[in-house]
Each structure stands twice: as C-alpha cells, then as structure tokens.
Design a protein around this ligand. Structure first.
Ligand SMILES: Cc1cc2nc3c(=O)[nH]c(=O)nc-3n(C[C@H](O)[C@H](O)[C@H](O)COP(=O)(O)O)c2cc1C
Length: 275
C-alpha cells in the first residue's frame, strides 16, 4: 500500500510527528512518501491509497495558508487521516484540516494530535534559554504516532469489508466555537508576522545563499534583491520562523528571535525532505 503524508511545518515538530506516523505504516511494509506543503503544492495523488494531512496550530487553528493550499488540492476521493502538533491547545486545527480536505477527499479514517511546545525557542529565545530540556515531541507522543498507523490500517480494512458503512462521528474532529471566534481576529497573515516579530537581515552576516527564499519559505514571503539579500513581505508571512531557523549564519532575526541559536535537529527534520 502507498501512503502520502502531506504536512506543513515551520520549525520541524510537525515534520518529526509525520516521520513517527510514517514509521508506523512502514512497519507493516507500506511505502510512505513525506511531502512538505508549500504555496506551490499540487500533488498527483493517483498512485496513493491513503493520504495523511498534518499541520501545526497557529492561534487555535491551522494556518490559513495551509487550509487555502489544501482547498486547491484534488484529493481524488481518497480515504484520509489528519494529524497536528500544538503547544497543547490545538483548538480547531483538526477541524480546519478536515473541512479543507473533505470537499475532494473520501472517508475520514481518524486523527491524532501531538504536543511540541518548544518551538517557542525560535521566537522567544529569552524565555527558553539556554536550551530547553527536551526538543519537539515527547516520547509518549512518538509512540502513539507510530501506533496510529495500525488504527488507520484497521479502519481501512473495515471500510473495505462492509458494503454499507455507517458514518462514525467519533472519527470527525469537533468544531469549537470559542477558539474559532478568537482565530477570526488573530490569524490573518500580517497579524501572525506581528506576533512572531517583523523580520530583519543582518547584512554583515548574510552569505547570500538564498536558501531562505528558495528552500524554506512556505508562503512566498521572501524575495531576493539583485545582490541576493532577502527581502520580506510581512503581509505574506505566516510567522512560521522557518527562515530564522534555517539561516546558516543566523543573519535573519526578529525582535523576538534576536538571540536565537539554530535548532540542532532542524536540518534533519525539515531540510532533508527537500534536498
Ligand atoms: C505564531 C505561533 C502561534 C501559535 N499558536 C498556538 C496556539 O494557538 N495553540 C497552541 O497550542 N500552540 C500554538 N503554537 C505552538 C505551535 O503550534 C507548536 O509549537 C507546533 O508544534 C509547531 O510546529 P512546527 O515546528 O511544525 O511548526 C504557536 C506557535 C507559533 C509560532
């Protein structure tokens, strides 16, 4: 069986969660492709049997950039499942993903969430200096993510074996009205940029590699000047902090991330999917 895992991740925690989920499927000899969601994403899902879709939580919901991209993706009525990571308050994240995928997706096989609070280090390093005790997901969440694959495969079997399968509400995430009202006001793109901080470039440190614009930015918010120095469009920025974490010379910073130090695991968890 072939599984596509589409995920959005700013600082690598959701990428790690996706990798753990993938391990669960691979254990049963299924083939899993990990695909990072970026603004130009259009995947042909024909060759896949199941699709998993995941993102992190920004202000109690999935980033609007993600839901918009998913809305334009054709899921070809494939059975799907959802996953997310948050600092502990995912709010409507899974529901937002569900709504974006259901339109062209098939049966929802379930969902799972994990906790990854320490990405706060990328935008408020003073709060978490010098280094947090653990980075990313805790061990329990990793184990659960791996077992999640079993559950999804079981449910897929059930659907195949039953000619008439009544919809099980439990597999559809709940909509939360209160967090939804909050999200209306606090998740427009420029507001996320303001929350995390406007970006600056230390020109003396910049090596003009262009990686921030070409490799990491999911929303097309970074362009390069003629001299290859990054220029930020805060209107488009979703505040994921990918550029801050990726920059090999820590030349990119915001007021909040000024004293940040790059993630040890960052290259492994994010960049390996692209290069
Ligand atoms: C701008 C911003 C807003 C966030 N909002 C929330 C939130 O509303 N609730 C929550 O539990 N976590 C929130 N978080 C934490 C992230 O959802 C969490 O750290 C997630 O695991 C990050 O995943 P990533 O590393 O894949 O980007 C927020 C993080 C950022 C940077």
């Amino acid at each position: 069986m072939k599984v596509a895992l589409l995920f959005f991740s700013g600082t690598g925690i959701t990428a790690n969660f996706a990798t753990e989920i993938a391990k669960g499927f691979q254990y049963h000899k299924n083939v899993v492709d990990l695909i990072r969601i970026k603004s130009d994403l259009q995947v042909d899902l024909t060759k896949y049997d199941i699709v998993g879709i995941g993102s992190q939580t920004y202000s109690f919901r999935a980033p609007r950039l993600v839901t918009r991209i998913l809305h334009h993706q054709d899921f070809q009525k494939k059975p799907f499942f959802l996953f997310c990571t948050s600092g502990g308050m995912p709010g409507n994240t899974l529901w937002n993903l569900y709504k974006s995928v259901k339109r062209t997706g098939g049966y929802c096989l379930g969902f799972i969430d994990g906790i990854g609070i320490t990405n706060i280090r990328s935008w408020m390093p003073k709060l978490s200096s010098p280094k947090p005790k653990f980075w990313g997901l805790n061990h329990g969440d990793c184990e659960q993510a791996q077992q999640f694959g079993n559950l999804i495969l079981d449910r897929l079997e059930k659907i195949k074996n039953l000619s008439s399968f009544s919809k099980n509400k439990k597999w559809i995430p709940n909509f939360q009205i209160v967090t939804s009202i909050w999200s209306i006001f606090f998740t427009w793109r420029w507001e996320m940029a303001l929350t995390v901080g406007l970006k600056h470039v230390d020109k003396s440190k910049c090596k003009m590699c262009g990686l921030c614009a070409t490799t990491i930015c999911p929303s097309g918010a970074i362009t390069l000047t003629v001299s290859k120095i990054p220029k930020f469009n805060e209107w488009k920025c979703v505040g994921c902090n990918g550029c801050v974490n990726l920059c090999p010379t820590t030349a990119i910073w915001s007021i909040r991330s000024k004293n940040h130090h790059p993630y040890d695991h960052y290259n492994k968890s994010i960049i390996n999917f692209d290069l």
